[in-house]
Design a protein around this ligand. Sequence first.
Ligand code: TRP
Length: 456
Amino acid sequence: MISNESSREQWGSKLGFILAAAGSAIGLGNIWKFPYVAGENGGAAFILIYLVCAAIIGLPVLIAEVLIGRTTNRNPVGAFKLLSGSKFWTAVGGMGVIAGFIILSYYAVIAGWSLGYIVEAIKGEFNNFPEPAQAGEHFNSLVGSLPWIIGYFALFMSLTMWFVLSGVQKGIEKGSKIMMPVLFILLIILMVRGLTLDGASEGLEFLLKPDWDHVNAQTVLIALGQAFFTLSLGMGAMLTYGSYMSKKDNLFTSGFQIVILDTAIALIAGIAIFTAVFATGLAPNVGPGLIFHTLPVVFLKMPGGYIFAIVFFILLTIAALTSAISLLEVITAYFVDEKRWSRKKAVYVFGTVTFLIGLPSALSFNVLSDFHLLGLNFFDLADYLSSNILLPLGGMLLSVFVGYVWGFDKALIELKRGAEKIFERYPLFIKLWQLFVKYFAPVLIFLVLLHSIGVF
Ligand code: TRP
Protein backbone atom coordinates (compact mmCIF):
# COMPACT_ATOMS: atom_id res chain seq x y z
CA MET A 1 0.00 0.00 0.00
CA ILE A 2 1.37 3.35 -0.97
CA SER A 3 1.42 5.54 2.10
CA ASN A 4 -0.03 8.78 0.82
CA GLU A 5 -2.52 7.27 -1.58
CA SER A 6 -5.55 7.83 0.60
CA SER A 7 -4.90 11.51 1.24
CA ARG A 8 -4.02 12.25 -2.37
CA GLU A 9 -6.55 13.92 -4.62
CA GLN A 10 -8.13 12.12 -7.60
CA TRP A 11 -10.01 13.23 -10.68
CA GLY A 12 -13.75 13.35 -10.06
CA SER A 13 -14.50 11.40 -13.24
CA LYS A 14 -12.94 9.73 -16.24
CA LEU A 15 -14.10 12.63 -18.41
CA GLY A 16 -12.38 15.03 -16.02
CA PHE A 17 -9.08 13.23 -16.60
CA ILE A 18 -9.50 13.15 -20.36
CA LEU A 19 -10.34 16.85 -20.60
CA ALA A 20 -7.49 17.82 -18.29
CA ALA A 21 -5.02 15.67 -20.22
CA ALA A 22 -6.35 16.95 -23.55
CA GLY A 23 -6.05 20.44 -22.07
CA SER A 24 -2.41 19.78 -21.36
CA ALA A 25 -1.81 18.40 -24.82
CA ILE A 26 -3.76 21.04 -26.74
CA GLY A 27 -1.86 24.30 -26.56
CA LEU A 28 0.42 26.65 -28.43
CA GLY A 29 1.89 23.51 -30.00
CA ASN A 30 -1.36 22.86 -31.86
CA ILE A 31 -2.58 26.32 -32.74
CA TRP A 32 0.60 28.34 -33.07
CA LYS A 33 3.23 25.77 -34.02
CA PHE A 34 1.56 22.95 -35.95
CA PRO A 35 0.08 25.13 -38.75
CA TYR A 36 3.29 26.96 -39.52
CA VAL A 37 5.48 23.87 -39.25
CA ALA A 38 3.13 21.98 -41.59
CA GLY A 39 3.14 25.04 -43.86
CA GLU A 40 6.91 25.05 -44.06
CA ASN A 41 7.34 21.30 -44.49
CA GLY A 42 5.16 20.24 -47.38
CA GLY A 43 1.65 20.58 -45.97
CA ALA A 44 -0.22 17.29 -46.26
CA ALA A 45 2.96 15.23 -46.66
CA PHE A 46 4.16 16.48 -43.30
CA ILE A 47 0.76 15.87 -41.77
CA LEU A 48 0.77 12.23 -42.89
CA ILE A 49 4.21 11.65 -41.41
CA TYR A 50 3.16 13.41 -38.24
CA LEU A 51 0.10 11.15 -37.95
CA VAL A 52 2.28 8.06 -38.22
CA CYS A 53 4.65 9.42 -35.53
CA ALA A 54 1.76 10.25 -33.22
CA ALA A 55 0.28 6.77 -33.69
CA ILE A 56 3.37 4.60 -33.35
CA ILE A 57 5.48 6.65 -30.92
CA GLY A 58 3.27 9.31 -29.34
CA LEU A 59 0.38 7.07 -28.34
CA PRO A 60 2.46 4.17 -26.93
CA VAL A 61 4.69 6.53 -24.92
CA LEU A 62 1.66 8.46 -23.68
CA ILE A 63 0.07 5.23 -22.42
CA ALA A 64 3.34 4.22 -20.76
CA GLU A 65 3.69 7.59 -19.07
CA VAL A 66 0.14 7.74 -17.72
CA LEU A 67 0.51 4.12 -16.59
CA ILE A 68 3.56 4.87 -14.44
CA GLY A 69 1.65 7.73 -12.82
CA ARG A 70 -1.47 5.72 -12.17
CA THR A 71 0.49 2.78 -10.77
CA THR A 72 2.50 4.84 -8.29
CA ASN A 73 0.19 7.78 -7.47
CA ARG A 74 3.27 9.97 -7.42
CA ASN A 75 5.01 12.83 -9.17
CA PRO A 76 7.77 11.88 -11.68
CA VAL A 77 10.55 11.74 -9.08
CA GLY A 78 8.54 9.75 -6.55
CA ALA A 79 7.23 7.43 -9.27
CA PHE A 80 10.62 6.40 -10.61
CA LYS A 81 12.01 6.12 -7.09
CA LEU A 82 9.18 3.85 -6.03
CA LEU A 83 9.34 1.54 -9.05
CA SER A 84 13.11 1.28 -9.40
CA GLY A 85 14.68 2.24 -6.08
CA SER A 86 17.63 3.49 -8.06
CA LYS A 87 19.28 6.89 -7.97
CA PHE A 88 19.68 7.00 -11.72
CA TRP A 89 15.97 6.59 -12.45
CA THR A 90 15.02 8.99 -9.67
CA ALA A 91 17.25 11.53 -11.41
CA VAL A 92 15.38 10.87 -14.67
CA GLY A 93 12.22 11.96 -12.85
CA GLY A 94 14.10 15.00 -11.55
CA MET A 95 15.07 15.90 -15.08
CA GLY A 96 11.36 16.05 -15.89
CA VAL A 97 10.70 18.51 -13.07
CA ILE A 98 13.58 20.69 -14.30
CA ALA A 99 12.27 20.51 -17.86
CA GLY A 100 8.90 21.65 -16.47
CA PHE A 101 10.47 24.82 -15.05
CA ILE A 102 12.27 25.58 -18.29
CA ILE A 103 9.33 24.94 -20.62
CA LEU A 104 6.85 26.87 -18.50
CA SER A 105 9.27 29.79 -18.17
CA TYR A 106 9.30 30.54 -21.90
CA TYR A 107 5.90 29.07 -22.78
CA ALA A 108 4.22 31.58 -20.48
CA VAL A 109 6.03 34.41 -22.27
CA ILE A 110 4.39 33.53 -25.61
CA ALA A 111 1.10 32.86 -23.85
CA GLY A 112 1.42 36.38 -22.41
CA TRP A 113 1.57 37.76 -25.98
CA SER A 114 -1.66 35.97 -26.73
CA LEU A 115 -3.24 37.55 -23.66
CA GLY A 116 -1.95 40.95 -24.75
CA TYR A 117 -3.33 40.41 -28.25
CA ILE A 118 -6.84 39.90 -26.85
CA VAL A 119 -6.57 43.47 -25.58
CA GLU A 120 -5.10 44.72 -28.88
CA ALA A 121 -7.98 43.06 -30.74
CA ILE A 122 -10.61 44.56 -28.44
CA LYS A 123 -9.06 48.04 -28.79
CA GLY A 124 -9.21 47.64 -32.57
CA GLU A 125 -5.46 48.27 -32.80
CA PHE A 126 -5.06 45.97 -35.81
CA ASN A 127 -6.85 48.60 -37.95
CA ASN A 128 -3.77 50.78 -37.75
CA PHE A 129 -1.51 48.15 -39.29
CA PRO A 130 -3.17 46.90 -42.47
CA GLU A 131 -0.10 45.31 -44.12
CA PRO A 132 1.85 42.28 -42.82
CA ALA A 133 5.08 44.28 -42.66
CA GLN A 134 3.38 46.95 -40.55
CA ALA A 135 1.75 44.31 -38.36
CA GLY A 136 5.20 42.78 -37.91
CA GLU A 137 6.59 46.14 -36.79
CA HIS A 138 3.70 46.59 -34.41
CA PHE A 139 4.45 43.16 -32.95
CA ASN A 140 8.13 44.06 -32.58
CA SER A 141 7.29 47.28 -30.80
CA LEU A 142 4.99 45.44 -28.38
CA VAL A 143 7.50 42.73 -27.45
CA GLY A 144 10.16 45.43 -27.31
CA SER A 145 8.26 47.17 -24.53
CA LEU A 146 9.26 45.93 -21.06
CA PRO A 147 6.00 46.77 -19.28
CA TRP A 148 3.98 45.07 -22.04
CA ILE A 149 5.94 41.84 -22.28
CA ILE A 150 6.66 41.44 -18.56
CA GLY A 151 3.21 42.60 -17.51
CA TYR A 152 1.33 40.07 -19.61
CA PHE A 153 3.82 37.35 -18.74
CA ALA A 154 3.19 38.02 -15.03
CA LEU A 155 -0.56 38.14 -15.58
CA PHE A 156 -0.55 34.82 -17.41
CA MET A 157 1.61 33.18 -14.72
CA SER A 158 -0.80 34.46 -12.06
CA LEU A 159 -3.76 32.94 -13.89
CA THR A 160 -1.92 29.62 -14.14
CA MET A 161 -1.07 29.73 -10.44
CA TRP A 162 -4.66 30.49 -9.53
CA PHE A 163 -5.93 27.30 -11.15
CA VAL A 164 -3.18 25.08 -9.72
CA LEU A 165 -3.67 26.61 -6.29
CA SER A 166 -7.30 25.48 -6.27
CA GLY A 167 -6.23 21.84 -6.53
CA VAL A 168 -6.77 18.89 -8.82
CA GLN A 169 -10.56 18.65 -8.76
CA LYS A 170 -11.60 22.20 -7.98
CA GLY A 171 -8.93 23.93 -10.03
CA ILE A 172 -7.55 21.85 -12.88
CA GLU A 173 -10.51 19.56 -13.53
CA LYS A 174 -13.20 22.19 -13.13
CA GLY A 175 -11.22 24.69 -15.20
CA SER A 176 -10.68 22.13 -17.98
CA LYS A 177 -14.34 21.14 -18.00
CA ILE A 178 -15.31 24.73 -18.69
CA MET A 179 -12.42 25.88 -20.85
CA MET A 180 -12.06 22.86 -23.15
CA PRO A 181 -15.65 22.90 -24.51
CA VAL A 182 -15.35 26.69 -25.00
CA LEU A 183 -12.13 26.09 -26.91
CA PHE A 184 -13.74 23.44 -29.14
CA ILE A 185 -16.70 25.69 -29.93
CA LEU A 186 -14.58 28.77 -30.68
CA LEU A 187 -12.30 26.78 -32.93
CA ILE A 188 -15.18 25.27 -34.87
CA ILE A 189 -16.69 28.75 -35.35
CA LEU A 190 -13.34 29.90 -36.76
CA MET A 191 -13.07 26.88 -39.03
CA VAL A 192 -16.55 27.48 -40.44
CA ARG A 193 -15.66 31.17 -40.93
CA GLY A 194 -12.51 30.15 -42.79
CA LEU A 195 -14.23 27.55 -44.97
CA THR A 196 -16.98 29.97 -46.01
CA LEU A 197 -14.58 32.67 -47.24
CA ASP A 198 -14.15 33.06 -51.00
CA GLY A 199 -10.97 31.33 -52.04
CA ALA A 200 -10.89 29.02 -49.03
CA SER A 201 -10.32 25.99 -51.26
CA GLU A 202 -6.78 27.13 -52.04
CA GLY A 203 -5.97 27.02 -48.34
CA LEU A 204 -7.47 23.55 -48.06
CA GLU A 205 -5.47 22.37 -51.02
CA PHE A 206 -2.27 23.68 -49.47
CA LEU A 207 -3.01 21.76 -46.30
CA LEU A 208 -4.37 18.58 -47.84
CA LYS A 209 -2.40 18.07 -51.05
CA PRO A 210 0.88 16.32 -50.26
CA ASP A 211 4.01 17.95 -51.58
CA TRP A 212 6.51 15.08 -51.35
CA ASP A 213 9.37 17.16 -52.77
CA HIS A 214 9.75 18.89 -49.44
CA VAL A 215 10.04 15.67 -47.49
CA ASN A 216 13.34 14.24 -46.26
CA ALA A 217 14.84 12.71 -43.11
CA GLN A 218 14.70 16.09 -41.44
CA THR A 219 10.93 16.24 -41.97
CA VAL A 220 10.47 12.96 -40.10
CA LEU A 221 12.51 14.27 -37.20
CA ILE A 222 10.55 17.50 -37.04
CA ALA A 223 7.30 15.52 -37.12
CA LEU A 224 8.40 13.31 -34.25
CA GLY A 225 9.56 16.30 -32.20
CA GLN A 226 6.21 17.95 -32.81
CA ALA A 227 4.38 14.79 -31.71
CA PHE A 228 6.30 14.85 -28.43
CA PHE A 229 5.75 18.48 -27.67
CA THR A 230 2.10 18.57 -28.63
CA LEU A 231 1.25 15.46 -26.60
CA SER A 232 3.08 16.88 -23.53
CA LEU A 233 5.35 13.84 -23.40
CA GLY A 234 8.78 13.26 -21.96
CA MET A 235 8.80 15.30 -18.75
CA GLY A 236 6.16 13.71 -16.58
CA ALA A 237 3.15 15.97 -17.16
CA MET A 238 1.05 13.04 -18.36
CA LEU A 239 2.58 10.90 -15.62
CA THR A 240 1.47 13.41 -12.99
CA TYR A 241 -2.04 13.65 -14.44
CA GLY A 242 -2.12 9.84 -14.55
CA SER A 243 -1.25 9.79 -10.85
CA TYR A 244 -4.67 11.28 -10.05
CA MET A 245 -6.45 8.66 -12.11
CA SER A 246 -8.61 5.89 -10.68
CA LYS A 247 -7.41 2.32 -11.17
CA LYS A 248 -10.91 1.48 -12.35
CA ASP A 249 -10.68 3.63 -15.46
CA ASN A 250 -9.62 2.31 -18.81
CA LEU A 251 -6.26 3.91 -19.44
CA PHE A 252 -5.76 2.35 -22.83
CA THR A 253 -8.80 3.92 -24.50
CA SER A 254 -8.23 7.21 -22.67
CA GLY A 255 -4.84 7.37 -24.37
CA PHE A 256 -6.46 6.95 -27.78
CA GLN A 257 -9.02 9.62 -27.01
CA ILE A 258 -6.40 12.15 -25.93
CA VAL A 259 -4.28 11.60 -29.05
CA ILE A 260 -7.32 11.83 -31.32
CA LEU A 261 -8.55 15.04 -29.68
CA ASP A 262 -5.11 16.64 -29.82
CA THR A 263 -4.62 15.73 -33.47
CA ALA A 264 -8.12 16.84 -34.45
CA ILE A 265 -7.58 20.24 -32.86
CA ALA A 266 -4.27 20.71 -34.66
CA LEU A 267 -5.93 19.88 -37.99
CA ILE A 268 -8.94 22.11 -37.37
CA ALA A 269 -6.62 24.96 -36.36
CA GLY A 270 -4.68 24.41 -39.58
CA ILE A 271 -7.87 24.56 -41.66
CA ALA A 272 -9.15 27.67 -39.84
CA ILE A 273 -5.85 29.49 -40.29
CA PHE A 274 -4.88 28.52 -43.86
CA THR A 275 -8.31 28.99 -45.43
CA ALA A 276 -8.29 32.54 -44.03
CA VAL A 277 -4.66 33.23 -44.99
CA PHE A 278 -5.21 32.11 -48.60
CA ALA A 279 -8.59 33.78 -48.95
CA THR A 280 -7.00 37.11 -48.02
CA GLY A 281 -4.06 36.52 -50.36
CA LEU A 282 -1.30 36.48 -47.74
CA ALA A 283 1.81 34.29 -47.58
CA PRO A 284 1.35 30.94 -45.81
CA ASN A 285 4.96 30.05 -45.11
CA VAL A 286 6.20 32.89 -42.94
CA GLY A 287 7.10 30.68 -39.99
CA PRO A 288 6.59 31.45 -36.30
CA GLY A 289 5.28 34.94 -37.02
CA LEU A 290 2.22 33.53 -38.80
CA ILE A 291 -0.09 34.08 -35.87
CA PHE A 292 1.13 37.43 -34.61
CA HIS A 293 2.12 39.09 -37.91
CA THR A 294 -0.16 37.58 -40.52
CA LEU A 295 -3.37 36.78 -38.69
CA PRO A 296 -4.14 40.33 -37.49
CA VAL A 297 -4.04 41.41 -41.15
CA VAL A 298 -6.15 38.41 -42.17
CA PHE A 299 -8.80 39.40 -39.63
CA LEU A 300 -8.76 42.94 -40.89
CA LYS A 301 -9.55 41.84 -44.43
CA MET A 302 -12.23 39.37 -43.51
CA PRO A 303 -15.91 40.11 -42.90
CA GLY A 304 -16.61 40.07 -39.17
CA GLY A 305 -12.87 40.09 -38.55
CA TYR A 306 -13.07 42.33 -35.48
CA ILE A 307 -15.02 39.72 -33.54
CA PHE A 308 -13.13 36.73 -34.96
CA ALA A 309 -9.81 38.29 -33.94
CA ILE A 310 -10.98 38.56 -30.34
CA VAL A 311 -12.36 35.01 -30.46
CA PHE A 312 -9.10 33.70 -31.87
CA PHE A 313 -6.83 35.18 -29.22
CA ILE A 314 -9.15 34.14 -26.40
CA LEU A 315 -9.03 30.61 -27.82
CA LEU A 316 -5.25 30.67 -28.04
CA THR A 317 -4.94 31.93 -24.47
CA ILE A 318 -7.26 29.24 -23.12
CA ALA A 319 -5.32 26.55 -24.96
CA ALA A 320 -2.04 27.86 -23.54
CA LEU A 321 -3.49 28.18 -20.05
CA THR A 322 -4.64 24.56 -19.74
CA SER A 323 -1.16 23.49 -20.91
CA ALA A 324 0.70 25.81 -18.54
CA ILE A 325 -1.41 24.47 -15.68
CA SER A 326 -0.13 20.94 -16.38
CA LEU A 327 3.47 22.15 -16.35
CA LEU A 328 3.10 23.93 -13.03
CA GLU A 329 1.25 20.93 -11.59
CA VAL A 330 4.28 18.68 -12.18
CA ILE A 331 6.48 21.01 -10.15
CA THR A 332 3.82 21.43 -7.47
CA ALA A 333 3.19 17.68 -7.18
CA TYR A 334 6.89 17.10 -6.67
CA PHE A 335 7.14 19.51 -3.73
CA VAL A 336 3.84 18.34 -2.23
CA ASP A 337 4.63 14.59 -2.47
CA GLU A 338 8.35 14.54 -1.83
CA LYS A 339 8.99 17.58 0.33
CA ARG A 340 5.64 17.60 2.13
CA TRP A 341 5.02 21.23 1.26
CA SER A 342 1.50 22.57 1.22
CA ARG A 343 0.05 23.06 -2.26
CA LYS A 344 -0.26 26.76 -1.52
CA LYS A 345 3.37 27.22 -0.58
CA ALA A 346 4.59 25.16 -3.55
CA VAL A 347 2.50 27.16 -6.03
CA TYR A 348 3.45 30.57 -4.65
CA VAL A 349 7.14 29.79 -4.37
CA PHE A 350 7.61 27.95 -7.66
CA GLY A 351 5.21 30.07 -9.66
CA THR A 352 7.41 33.00 -8.67
CA VAL A 353 10.62 31.09 -9.35
CA THR A 354 9.35 30.13 -12.82
CA PHE A 355 8.53 33.75 -13.49
CA LEU A 356 12.06 34.77 -12.51
CA ILE A 357 13.61 32.04 -14.67
CA GLY A 358 11.42 33.27 -17.53
CA LEU A 359 12.54 36.90 -17.28
CA PRO A 360 15.67 36.42 -19.40
CA SER A 361 13.46 34.78 -22.06
CA ALA A 362 11.10 37.76 -22.01
CA LEU A 363 14.07 40.12 -22.17
CA SER A 364 15.45 38.24 -25.21
CA PHE A 365 13.06 40.32 -27.30
CA ASN A 366 14.37 43.63 -26.06
CA VAL A 367 17.23 44.49 -23.69
CA LEU A 368 18.91 41.09 -23.98
CA SER A 369 18.42 40.70 -27.73
CA ASP A 370 22.15 40.88 -28.38
CA PHE A 371 23.01 38.29 -25.78
CA HIS A 372 23.77 34.95 -27.39
CA LEU A 373 24.90 31.64 -25.98
CA LEU A 374 25.80 28.86 -28.45
CA GLY A 375 24.44 31.18 -31.14
CA LEU A 376 20.96 31.34 -29.57
CA ASN A 377 19.27 33.97 -27.48
CA PHE A 378 17.90 33.01 -24.07
CA PHE A 379 14.40 32.28 -25.31
CA ASP A 380 15.56 30.05 -28.16
CA LEU A 381 18.03 28.36 -25.85
CA ALA A 382 15.31 27.48 -23.34
CA ASP A 383 13.12 26.15 -26.17
CA TYR A 384 15.94 24.20 -27.77
CA LEU A 385 17.23 22.70 -24.54
CA SER A 386 13.82 21.55 -23.37
CA SER A 387 12.02 20.56 -26.59
CA ASN A 388 14.94 19.18 -28.53
CA ILE A 389 17.00 17.61 -25.77
CA LEU A 390 15.27 17.10 -22.42
CA LEU A 391 11.89 15.92 -23.78
CA PRO A 392 13.16 13.35 -26.29
CA LEU A 393 15.71 12.13 -23.73
CA GLY A 394 12.97 11.82 -21.12
CA GLY A 395 10.69 9.97 -23.53
CA MET A 396 13.42 7.60 -24.60
CA LEU A 397 14.41 6.79 -21.01
CA LEU A 398 10.78 6.33 -20.05
CA SER A 399 10.22 3.74 -22.76
CA VAL A 400 13.46 1.98 -21.85
CA PHE A 401 12.29 2.01 -18.24
CA VAL A 402 8.95 0.39 -19.03
CA GLY A 403 10.40 -2.02 -21.58
CA TYR A 404 13.45 -3.22 -19.69
CA VAL A 405 13.72 -1.97 -16.10
CA TRP A 406 10.27 -2.05 -14.57
CA GLY A 407 9.47 -5.02 -16.78
CA PHE A 408 6.63 -5.66 -19.15
CA ASP A 409 4.93 -8.29 -17.03
CA LYS A 410 4.39 -5.83 -14.22
CA ALA A 411 3.41 -3.06 -16.61
CA LEU A 412 0.80 -5.31 -18.23
CA ILE A 413 -0.77 -6.24 -14.90
CA GLU A 414 -1.21 -2.54 -14.18
CA LEU A 415 -2.42 -1.70 -17.67
CA LYS A 416 -5.03 -4.43 -17.48
CA ARG A 417 -6.81 -2.81 -14.53
CA GLY A 418 -9.90 -1.16 -15.95
CA ALA A 419 -9.05 -2.42 -19.44
CA GLU A 420 -9.88 -6.12 -19.06
CA LYS A 421 -12.18 -6.05 -22.08
CA ILE A 422 -9.50 -4.63 -24.35
CA PHE A 423 -7.11 -7.37 -23.25
CA GLU A 424 -9.72 -10.00 -24.07
CA ARG A 425 -11.00 -8.60 -27.33
CA TYR A 426 -8.02 -6.88 -28.87
CA PRO A 427 -4.87 -8.68 -27.72
CA LEU A 428 -3.19 -7.44 -30.89
CA PHE A 429 -3.29 -3.83 -29.63
CA ILE A 430 -1.55 -4.87 -26.45
CA LYS A 431 1.13 -6.71 -28.44
CA LEU A 432 1.64 -3.70 -30.65
CA TRP A 433 1.97 -1.45 -27.62
CA GLN A 434 4.77 -3.68 -26.30
CA LEU A 435 6.49 -3.73 -29.63
CA PHE A 436 6.39 0.05 -29.98
CA VAL A 437 7.43 0.86 -26.43
CA LYS A 438 10.22 -1.67 -26.37
CA TYR A 439 11.77 -1.20 -29.80
CA PHE A 440 10.36 1.55 -32.00
CA ALA A 441 10.15 4.34 -29.46
CA PRO A 442 13.66 4.10 -27.96
CA VAL A 443 15.38 3.67 -31.32
CA LEU A 444 13.49 6.38 -33.20
CA ILE A 445 13.74 8.86 -30.37
CA PHE A 446 17.46 8.15 -30.09
CA LEU A 447 17.81 9.11 -33.75
CA VAL A 448 15.91 12.36 -33.18
CA LEU A 449 18.15 13.14 -30.27
CA LEU A 450 21.31 12.56 -32.25
CA HIS A 451 19.94 14.82 -34.92
CA SER A 452 19.03 17.52 -32.39
CA ILE A 453 22.56 17.71 -31.09
CA GLY A 454 23.87 17.83 -34.62
CA VAL A 455 25.41 14.36 -34.98
CA PHE A 456 23.90 14.02 -38.44
N1 TRP B 1 1.45 20.18 -25.23
C1 TRP B 1 1.41 21.60 -25.03
C2 TRP B 1 1.25 22.29 -26.37
O1 TRP B 1 1.06 21.65 -27.36
C3 TRP B 1 2.62 22.11 -24.30
C4 TRP B 1 2.94 21.34 -23.09
C5 TRP B 1 2.22 21.27 -21.93
C6 TRP B 1 4.03 20.48 -22.90
N2 TRP B 1 2.82 20.43 -21.05
C7 TRP B 1 3.92 19.92 -21.63
C8 TRP B 1 5.06 20.13 -23.72
C9 TRP B 1 4.84 19.01 -21.18
C10 TRP B 1 5.98 19.22 -23.28
C11 TRP B 1 5.88 18.65 -22.02
O2 TRP B 1 1.29 23.48 -26.46
